[in-house]
Ligand binder design. Structure first.
Ligand SMILES: *Cc1c(COP(=O)(O)O)cnc(C)c1O
Length: 390
């Protein structure tokens, strides 16, 4: 292996077919608002067995529009996991709503369903129940959606699955995105995620009203449907802006890349799973806790996160991290607990609020994982890890 280049923690896998697909769009009549975005939407919806899919320029935009479609506004509350990318929480702030967090289950790093139930009972007593809960399928491993869904019926909240890591994952033998246990599911197509459109995201739902609303909000709040207008159209050119929306549209180039990538989704996930199993074997016996599994779910393996075992590991977290970076192993840390970000501290959160998330943060390291990672590179990473913890 080339000692001069750092192995990244994640990266896209681009084929000649992907390049051809994008070039074809460049030679076509439509760079945006053409036929490829709907084709990509339909392909994702049909693979995931969802009724509707709405492509956007990012998962962040999709989360925002999903919250608006579910009528989240000032005075409302959204709960999510503290171990996630900031976007899972920021979507509530865009709507003027408040955020709170539910601490994680340390074996999966997913939001703990027990803690969710306890917090809901408490919130009912204080009259501050959430309007929306956003479970994040951390690292690609689906949360216990049946249990979260049952709680949503008992406590009257809506569910947006942040499945940014989890396209291609399954839960109870069904594909994530089918919406059996949620109102809306969000995918991200950022280059480090499972499939990419460069920037891009998608919202899936089985609810026609939510789908229409999200479609409208991604494009300025404009409609061409006469049934929704205040008066009959002035002519064939006519449209009406009936609410305040955004330009969150995905381009045809992005959709062409995404659609081409989608045909390799199962290959990508299989390779990621194979690499995860290889890591399990290569790292066994080291003073580390390896990623947790779930009996009910198959992860898409966006991330392979190990935790240092403070009881048996003599070297501290920052030292291990530094040693791996020195060896040009591009490790990373997913995530800095969101409530500890200055923006959220400013809103009143503080260290100690979510102890499992904070302990996790002091131990976690994401190892390189992506379909094009070679076995020999992975052997080298495992070797460096063994050296680093000694
Ligand atoms: C990447 C990511 C997002 C945001 O995705 P973008 O497409 O970059 O906006 C949101 N939530 C989680 C959990 C993510 O990992």
């Amino acid at each position: 292996m080339d000692a001069r280049t750092t192995i990244p923690y994640g990266r896209q896998s681009i084929s000649e077919e992907d390049i051809q697909a994008v070039v074809e769009v460049l030679r076509s009549d439509w760079l945006t608002q053409g036929p490829v975005v709907p084709a990509f939407e339909q392909a994702v919806a049909s693979q995931c067995k969802a009724q509707y899919a709405i492509a956007m320029n990012s998962a962040t935009s999709a989360l925002h529009v999903a919250c608006l479609a579910l009528e989240l506004g000032p005075g409302d509350l959204l709960w999510t996991s503290p171990v996630t990318f900031v976007a899972s929480a920021n979507c509530a702030r865009y709507c003027g709503a408040d955020v709170d967090f539910v601490d994680i289950d340390p074996t999966t790093a997913n939001l703990s369903v027990d803690k969710l139930a306890k917090k809901l009972h408490q919130a009912r007593r204080t009259g501050r129940l959430p309007k929306i809960v956003v479970p994040v399928h951390f690292g690609g491993l689906p949360c216990d959606m049946a249990a979260i869904h049952a709680l949503s019926k008992e406590f009257g909240f809506r569910i947006i699955e942040d499945a940014s890591h989890a396209i291609g994952a399954s839960y109870q033998s069904e594909r994530v995105g089918n919406g059996r246990y949620s109102d809306i599911t969000i995918f991200s197509f950022h280059p480090v995620k499972i499939i990419t459109s460069a920037e891009g995201g998608m919202a899936l739902t089985n609810n026609a009203q939510l789908a229409n609303r999200m479609q409208r909000l991604r494009s300025h709040g404009i409609t061409r449907d006469p049934a929704l207008m205040t008066h009959v159209p002035d002519g064939p050119w006519y449209y009406q802006q009936i609410e305040l929306g955004f330009n969150y549209r995905m381009t045809e180039l992005q959709a062409a890349l995404g659609l081409s990538q989608l045909s390799r989704l199962s290959t990508f996930v299989l390779r990621r799973r194979e690499l995860a199993q290889r890591y399990d074997t290569l790292l066994s016996g080291l003073p580390l806790t390896l990623p947790g599994r779930s009996a009910e779910a198959d992860s898409a393996w966006h991330l392979y996160v190990i935790r240092l075992d403070p009881k048996t590991c003599q070297i501290n977290h920052s030292q291990v991290f530094a040693r791996l970076l020195d060896a040009r192993v591009g490790v990373n840390l997913h995530y800095i607990p969101v409530h500890l970000q200055p923006y959220y501290r400013e809103l009143g959160f503080k260290a100690g609020d979510f102890p499992q998330a904070e302990t996790y943060y002091s131990q976690a390291i994401s190892l390189p994982l992506y379909p094009d990672l070679k076995d020999t590179e992975q052997d080298y990473i495992a070797h460096c890890m063994a050296e680093a913890v000694q």
